[in-house]
Design a protein around this ligand. Structure first.
Ligand SMILES: [Zn+2]
Length: 217
């Protein structure tokens, strides 16, 4: 089970630049990510499927409620207006703050293993999303954003490109590019899950499963 979180929502629009409203396209990418993961046989729960607002704790709480194997939060990046910063970066939490320990059981927290699992997860996702999109690779970064720090499983936050960039915002507005972003993240998630001890069934070996894995009875 993977929890997919579309950043922002409701009164929290996230960043706005070049005609892009972050909350709308983060949801679009998150929905595409859900589809790509399900096609690969991975079960998915989304924190939001419409323009609703959830607190960061509510988002992170999905990971304990569903005993998630992994958590992915989808965002779009910004820099100052006129900045030419572009590319993709993936964040993971270096520590699990006390607030998370109070929110969940010790058993749930132990599933988080060590921060190194999230670091490894971030590395795989970053590598695959960059190779799939050919976007600039800004690397992985440890930062204790609440939404990933409070998740009780390996958790990453993917900044899928800069909407403040004149050129990258053009790409991000294209559905085909957002599909590639989602596909790249999904490949990273699947690769990471394949390297982890199975906690929940990942349907029939994803490798080489092709379309057959997508067929539902
Ligand atoms: Zn954001």
């Amino acid at each position: 089970m993977v929890v997919v979180d579309a950043g922002h929502g409701g009164h929290d629009g996230g960043a706005v630049s070049h005609g892009v409203i972050e909350k709308k396209l983060s949801l679009d990418i998150a929905k595409r990510l859900k589809q790509a993961l399900e096609k690969a046989g991975v079960r998915v729960v989304m924190t939001r499927q419409d323009d609703s607002y959830l607190t960061l704790d509510e988002r992170a709480a999905f990971t304990s409620r569903y005993k998630a194997d992994a958590f992915v939060s989808v965002h779009l990046n910004t820099d100052g207006e006129g900045s030419d910063a572009e590319g993709i970066e993936t964040y993971f939490a270096a520590t699990t703050p006390l607030s998370a320990r109070q929110l969940v059981s010790a058993e749930a927290l132990s599933k988080k293993e060590s921060p190194s699992a999230s670091a490894e997860f971030a590395g795989v996702v970053q590598r695959l999303v960059c190779s799939t999109t050919k976007a600039g690779n800004r690397g992985t970064k440890a930062r204790d954003y609440a939404v990933v720090a409070r998740a009780v499983c390996p958790a990453v936050l993917v900044e899928c490109g800069f909407i403040t960039s004149a050129s990258e915002s053009v790409l991000i507005k294209q559905a085909e590019y957002r599909e590639r972003l989602a596909d790249g993240i999904a490949r990273g998630v699947v690769l990471f899950l394949q390297g982890q001890p199975a906690k929940s069934p990942i349907v029939a070996a994803v490798a080489g499963a092709g379309d057959s894995a997508a067929v539902r009875p």
